[in-house]
Design a protein around this ligand. Structure first.
Ligand code: PEP
Ligand code: MN
Length: 355
């Protein structure tokens, strides 16, 4: 159930509706839009007593939501959600493409700082890097843990980047919420519902990666878990799904971007690195992602990928990342998006797409 307020409804009227929803024993989720506020209602097992709400002052309409997801739905909010970050001009879902880049894993200070410096110079606003790594083998590098988060926070100060890093369980989520600017929930945890609920109670925006065998509905329901707990700053991420092909690590499902845009107001970014698995295919997939309407990219970059402790083969050298960003800038112009150019950058307006 969804309550649409009038365009000129007052804050008091919206609050009164929320209070009434609570009195009925449900949870109200007021989501202000550019034109009007919508109030999602969760916690109801059957139909909500619509009459008692539809007659309240300021209410335009009470709508039954037929889809299983409510808060993520475009019915709830027709305009795109733009996620903001405290103390930064960076956004996800606005006109500017969100560029997130950095190593797969935080390995040590020098490795992280070299990568961070390079990606900041190229126009990334976000530094990626895992301190808690969900690895296929228990014997593979598992991440530096809290020490890695502290290094990410230090890199934020040094290079003015926002930090996005993965949480894999309850304990790491509390730490990531404390150190980072954005909490990444990885493909392997997309349906870890307990973790999703916790992320829904966290204070930072969440980057939710699509599970490697998840449908669009499953991805949206995972986002709904987060939003149902009160965290409305959710960004989806397509990172490739498992198919029968073996020329790439995963198959980048570019078609999910327009499909997501149709059904939800939430932003979606593309991860060409985990889709490609090999660095020569990362830039073409990044270009495809932007062309199809993604709100940003998350890309693995390493200064010495042969020595990387995880995902070296798919990590770009900084020069390759810079060339990729330049290519993407050209495509961004065509689809009405911009790419941030840092001050003191040598970047020119010339666009040359490399092959
Ligand atoms: C990662 O971003 O390093 C990662 C583990 O990604 P995914 O969850 O998409 O596999
Ligand atoms: Mn990785």
């Amino acid at each position: 159930m969804l309550v649409l307020m009038n365009v000129n409804a007052t804050e008091e009227q919206t609050e009164a509706v929320c209070k009434r929803v609570e009195e009925l024993g449900y949870r109200p989720h007021p989501l202000p839009g550019a034109m009007r506020c919508a109030i999602g209602i969760t916690g109801n097992k059957g139909a909500v007593e619509a009459d008692s709400l539809s007659q309240m002052a300021g209410v335009a309409e009470v709508i039954a939501v037929s889809k299983p997801y409510k808060l993520v739905s475009r019915d709830m909010k027709s305009e795109d959600t733009v996620v903001h970050f405290e103390g930064s001009e960076a956004t996800v879902g606005g006109t500017e493409l969100a560029l997130m880049a950095g190593p797969c894993s935080v390995e040590n200070r020098d490795q992280l700082f070299r990568a961070a410096e390079a990606v900041a110079k190229t126009g990334a606003r976000f530094l990626r890097g895992g301190a808690f790594k969900p690895r296929t083998s228990p014997y593979a590098f598992q991440g530096m843990g809290e020490e890695g988060l502290a290094l990410m926070a230090a890199a934020r100060e040094a290079f003015g980047l926002l930090v996005v890093t993965e949480a894999i369980d309850h304990e790491s989520l509390a730490l990531v919420d404390q150190y980072a600017d954005m909490i990444q929930i990885g493909a392997r945890n997309m349906q870890n519902f307990a973790l999703l609920k916790l992320a829904g109670r966290a204070s930072k925006p969440v980057l939710l990666k699509r599970g490697m065998a998840s449908t669009l509905d499953e991805l949206l329901m995972a986002a709904e878990y987060i939003m149902s707990e009160g965290n409305y700053n959710v960004v989806l991420c397509e990172r490739g799904i498992r198919t029968f092909t073996d020329h790439t690590r995963n198959t980048l499902d570019v078609s999910i971007v327009p499909a997501v845009k149709k059904l939800t107001h939430l932003p979606i970014i593309v991860d060409p690195s985990h889709a490609a698995g090999k660095r020569d295919k990362v830039a073409p997939l990044a270009r495809a992602g932007v062309a199809v309407g993604a709100d940003g990219l998350i890309v693995e970059v390493h200064c010495d990928p042969d020595k990387a402790l995880s995902d070296g083969a798919q990590s770009l050298y900084p020069e390759q990342f810079a060339a990729m960003v330049n290519d993407v800038r050209g495509i961004a112009q065509i689809v009405g998006r911009t790419v941030y150019v840092p001050q003191h950058s040598e970047e020119t307006a010339d666009v040359v797409v490399t092959k």
